[in-house]
Structures are given as structure tokens and as C-alpha cells.
Design a protein around this ligand. Structure first.
Ligand SMILES: [Zn+2]
Length: 353
């Protein structure tokens, strides 16, 4: 390791809001003083260079607690979790949005940002810059009323589905090995959601959606195609990863892929196992850079929602990945693009300007 100051990071995906909401503790106090039970807090953000990212609101399925244990097996097929009733999903969605608003109101070290210039200003001022994102639109009614209210609260990014089917489309199951072509594409309401997001220059996130849903969005969306936290299917054949054909389409649409740090999407054997070398992360980055070009690869750690390599461990571990890229011959310009520059540029191309 070098003594260089940490490279600033803007990370495309984390699940901290879900953990804060489930913990039912004071979110400001836990974030500012530290929450050793999770991956993310302010002290470790400072250590690792985390300047901001996309914060997911992810309505939980009741079975969420056992998933990681089951994903330690050699192969697994957990199927699709049951659809969530709208009222239940809307309640947790609003709860997590409230946690983010409390963070922004309760500390001068966290800002909800709606444009890239706000992100740059927050990062320059030493604040954590957060984009509000929904991972699974289960809680959004198809009259788009909750959507309007959350847009006013700062929502600027939506993934129409997590694994469960929603009114908008279908996600891929938690399964290994497998292809992303596991079910139907967008519903008519899903097409409307894409149009509503396009009209407001919001990001549409393709991580978790079926391959058919991916092609549907590619066909109708005006926005760059972005998968915030997915990896390379040619290395790790998980339905959550992207085939080379999908990567080529993301390149054509000038989008971006964020590298997911979850070992089940990195390891060729698909296991959730912290005993995984960091070099495997660089192997995926190499393939993404090769396929997408240097301007369309970023990070999407999935911190607080995954088991990551032991040497990375948490938010404080980004410098270990940066060093692994240096060791592989990556220059500082490319490392800075991957760490934050490419994310800010694709958000600008999406219209968060
Ligand atoms: Zn996810």
C-alpha cells in the first residue's frame, strides 16, 4: 500500500438505508459515530475516500435474512420471492426515504443531491453526496402519486425491479449458475415508468431486471443504459451479471456498469465467501473496460447488502482496490474515472445537470 491520500469515490449502489431502517436506531448518530455492524459510516467513509453515492431504498422481502447462508452453496436456486403488497412496500419505501431525509437534515456532513453540480459541491465541501434511488418499485402505485411525492423529496433514480415481480416488470431470481433470460420484460406500467423517468431526466437502473426487460428499456428509453451494480456473465455465470451482448448495448447507448463487490457475482464459482482475492475484482474491471471502454465503468459496491472480499471489508477498503488496479498497470487517470469520474459523467448525460 502507498501513503497516497485515498482516491475520491462516488459509488453507484449501497443498501445502508435499508439497514438503518431495519435497525430502528438514530440514523444520524449511527452514521456519524460509526455502526460496526454494517459496512458504512462517516469514519470509514473518510478512511476510504467515499465522497458519495447512490443510496438505495430497497423494500425488504420477509425472507431476506437467510439469503446469504443459502448463497454459500455450490449451486442454488432460491426462486423469486413473493410479490409485496403495495401498502407494505410503500410503507417501507417511505420509511427509508425518511431515513435519508433525517440524515440530510440532522448532520452537515450528508447532502441529498439532485444534480451533478450539487454532487461536486457537496464532495468539495467534505459532505457525503447522496442520490436517492429506489431498488424495486414495489411501493410505487401505477397512478404515479408516490412517485411524484418522492421526486419532490429528491428521488432521481429507479430500478423497476429487485428480484420480485412488480407492477412494472420482473427481476432475475437468486440462482447460480444461470442466464439473465429468466422471465418476462416490462409491463405496460413499466413502459410508462420509463417514460416518466425520461421526462424528468431520472436514471433508470437495469441491475436485477430480466434480459427481456433490459431489451425493452433499451428500445424505449432516451437515457443512457446503466446497470449500477452488476458484473460480467462471461466470468461469473450469474443471472445478475451482464452478457457480452448486453455490455455491447450499454456501450452503444453510452451508459455505464458499476462493479458489484459481492463475491457471489465476482467468483467464477458464484459463492458468497469473504475468502476471495481482490484480484478477481480487477479481472471483471478488465473485461468491462475492454467491452465498454474506459469511460463507462464505475463502482457499485453493494455495501451493506452483500458479503465482500475480506481485504476490502467495508467503506474503508476502497484504497485496496485502487492499489490492485495500480498493480495491474492502471494509471491514475483511469483509476479516477472508475472511482468517480465516469459516474458523474453518466449522471450528467442522463440529465442530472
Ligand atoms: Zn441489488
Amino acid at each position: 500500500m502507498t501513503d497516497l491520500p485515498p482516491v475520491p469515490v462516488f459509488d453507484g449502489h449501497n443498501d445502508m438505508l435499508l439497514r438503518l431502517w431495519m435497525d430502528r436506531t438514530d440514523p444520524v448518530k449511527s452514521f456519524v459515530e460509526g455502526r460496526p455492524q454494517g459496512h458504512m459510516d462517516l469514519p470509514r467513509a473518510r478512511k476510504g475516500g467515499f465522497g458519495g453515492g447512490i443510496f438505495a431504498i430497497n423494500p425488504p422481502s420477509p425472507s431476506i435474512g437467510q439469503i446469504f447462508e443459502l448463497m454459500k452453496a455450490e449451486s442454488y436456486d432460491l426462486g423469486l420471492p413473493d410479490p409485496l403488497p403495495l401498502d407494505e412496500a410503500r410503507s417501507s419505501t417511505l420509511g427509508m426515504a425518511a431515513e435519508m431525509l433525517r440524515l440530510a437534515c440532522g448532520t452537515d456532513t450528508f447532502a441529498i443531491c439532485t444534480t451533478v453540480s450539487e454532487i461536486r459541491a457537496a464532495m468539495a465541501a467534505g459532505k457525503i453526496a447522496g442520490i436517492m434511488h429506489i431498488e424495486g418499485a414495489d411501493g410505487l402505485d401505477t397512478d404515479f402519486e408516490t412517485f411524484e411525492v418522492l421526486y419532490a423529496a429528491g428521488l432521481r433514480s429507479i430500478g423497476p425491479v429487485w428480484s420480485r415481480p412488480t407492477a412494472y416488470g420482473a427481476g432475475v431470481p437468486l440462482k447460480f449458475p444461470g442466464t439473465p433470460d429468466t422471465g418476462p420484460g416490462l409491463t405496460e406500467a413499466g413502459r410508462q415508468l420509463v417514460r416518466e423517468c425520461n421526462a424528468r431526466h431520472m436514471l433508470i437502473d437495469l441491475s436485477h431486471i430480466t434480459e427481456k426487460g433490459f431489451w425493452d428499456v433499451a428500445e424505449i428509453s432516451d437515457a443512457p443504459l446503466v446497470a449500477s451494480h452488476s458484473n460480467v456473465h462471461a466470468i461469473t455465470p450469474s443471472p445478475r451479471n451482464l452478457t457480452d451482448q448486453q455490455l455491447d448495448c450499454i456501450r452503444e447507448h453510452d451508459g455505464l456498469v458499476g462493479l458489484n463487490f459481492a463475491t457471489c457475482f465476482l467468483r467464477p464459482d458464484g459463492r458468497m465467501d469473504a475468502d476471495t482475492p481482490v484480484e478477481v475484482m480487477v479481472r471483471h474491471i478488465d473485461h468491462l473496460v475492454d467491452r465498454l471502454g474506459e469511460d463507462r465503468v464505475g463502482l457499485g459496491s453493494d455495501f451493506d447488502g452483500a458479503i465482500v472480499c475480506a481485504d476490502i471489508a467495508d467503506l474503508g477498503g476502497y484504497p485496496v482496490l485502487m492499489q490492485a488496479m495500480r498493480d495491474k498497470g492502471y494509471g491514475e487517470t483511469l483509476i479516477n474515472k472508475i472511482a468517480h469520474g465516469n459516474w458523474l459523467a453518466v449522471l450528467e448525460r442522463t440529465g442530472l445537470a
